[in-house]
Design a protein around this ligand. Sequence first.
Ligand code: WT7
Length: 584
Amino acid sequence: MSEKGHQMYEASLFKDKKLIKTPNLLDLESARKSFSWDKYWQEIETFENGKMNAAHNVIDVHSVGPNRNKVALYFEGDDGKTEKYTFGEMADLSNKFANVLKKLGVRRQDRVFYFLSRSPELYVSFIGTLKVGAIAGTMFPAFGEDALRDRLLDSGAKYLVTEEQLKERVYKVRDQLPELRHIIVVKKGADSSKGEICYETEMEAASSKFTIEKMDPEEYTYMLYTSGTTGKPKGVVHAHGGIVQQYLSSKWVLDLQPDDTYWCTADLGWVTGIVYGLMGPWANGISQVGYGGRFKPEAWYNVIQKYKVTVWYTAPTAIRMLMAAGDEVPKRYDMSSLRYLCSVGEPLNPEGVKWGLKVFGHPFNDTWWQTETGSILITNYPCMPIKFGSMGKLFPGIEGAIVDEEGKPLPQGAEGDLALKPGWPSMMRTIWKNEKRFNEYFRNGWYITGDTATIDKDGYFWYVGRADDVIKTSGERVGPFEVESALVEHPAVAEAGVIGKPDPLRGNIIKAFVMLKPGQKPSDELRETIQTFVKGKLAGHAYPREIEFVDSLPKTRSGKIMRRVLKAKELGLPIGDTSTLERD
Ligand code: WT7
């Protein structure tokens, strides 16, 4: 979009934001000028000698005093059953789980992984894991066996919390996981003959008193695997000290206030679920809704109506799906509780922002961040006019720029690599067991995000695209290498190249170009078999919705598949520099 195009959207919407409350952050520029992280550390309770524990700030501080009986979690299961947990109950239950782990011999910074659907047990045990000083790792319940094995193997997880419906997938790769010692099964699904531990039995026997481990702010809290252009997913590791920023961004960006009921729609298997569906809002003592059911417009609107959700954080693909379901659907529900809406994960088109205004009386406010950044860094704020289609402005205390290939900042308006000055509290500390990969993120003292963007004269950031081959499909991040690896494991496939193909609903879909082995014939049946195969290995969202059978793939002389050429051909764009392309 041209600079002129941006201006067209500049007409201030501020007056239409219909802010019902005075926002927590009143003036972005003055906050930026006087900003220091030290100031906000005062709002985070720590122990003696600079020790801390994020779980203390998330739950325990609220379990004493006026919030003890305040609802921390309203949980709505797939079956429509509601459960409620107060901050006091969450504190007691997470203490119990901490004791369960202690009894099993957990040590500080051991990895405790989760392959569990969204459930109260997941919130409880996640916090319990932090309390014992171990590192929590969540995995999306739709993961297939390869995705699971890669994560459990690389992290060296000793403990796994799972459930009856999911555990069989773990057993398929169990013999490849020498470090995995204990499998804890929730909802009474444990098989003691296999040495599985029953969550309920252990929880019942455990004490609800626990002395929380005192951690260094640099010790790790949670880790999440995410995809890049090459190689297997990498383990992004976060530290206890990140809580100050998780707390402050929830307060200023999501504008969470004491009487809010807040709903983040993301699964706890992704960073949004962990940071803004658990840690940040609870660090502010806010009541949250957790919904364990599947996406369906009616079900989602029902959640908003039933719990009188006031602040709602969701994603562009969901917004587009709700839009597609029609404006009459939300009219059948009471949406009047909503007061502030936010979005994350992929570009939010101006239509989405405006649709929020039309249907709910409030725009969706775009927010930008990544698994690696650990919290929202570029965003809209309630106190700031929205420019339709812009991601908004930098969070106070954060320095950002658009840089060139050498890491030199470019002039205002130029398109280039979106870069940030490292060192903010919630930033990843390392890539698990891979310092080399971690170091590859940096160029000339800047953290390089992998996105391209521009900055306008008012300091608003505009997303352009990914600088690498990472695919964003329905807001989920998928690495083409993982999909290609899964494809070539299929006996009929010789080689495969994978790209993101723009899609009006999902942002992108995964498209695979597949070269079959000699003697194999392309057919619709084979296409479906390959798709099902990849779903089983990776995840429901990571399979190629489109497969095109080809006779050859464009490759460099060193044999690397040129995805750039595949993409250009698919989109009918000029192929560009092909000087390294292999020729017969
Ligand atoms: C990538 C990070 C942490 C949030 C969930 C995604 C894309 C994120 C936006 C936005 C355009 C966005 C970027 C980014 N992205 N937010 N507001 N507008 N693109 O975390 O899975 O680590 O993905 O998501 O490409 O680099 P993630």
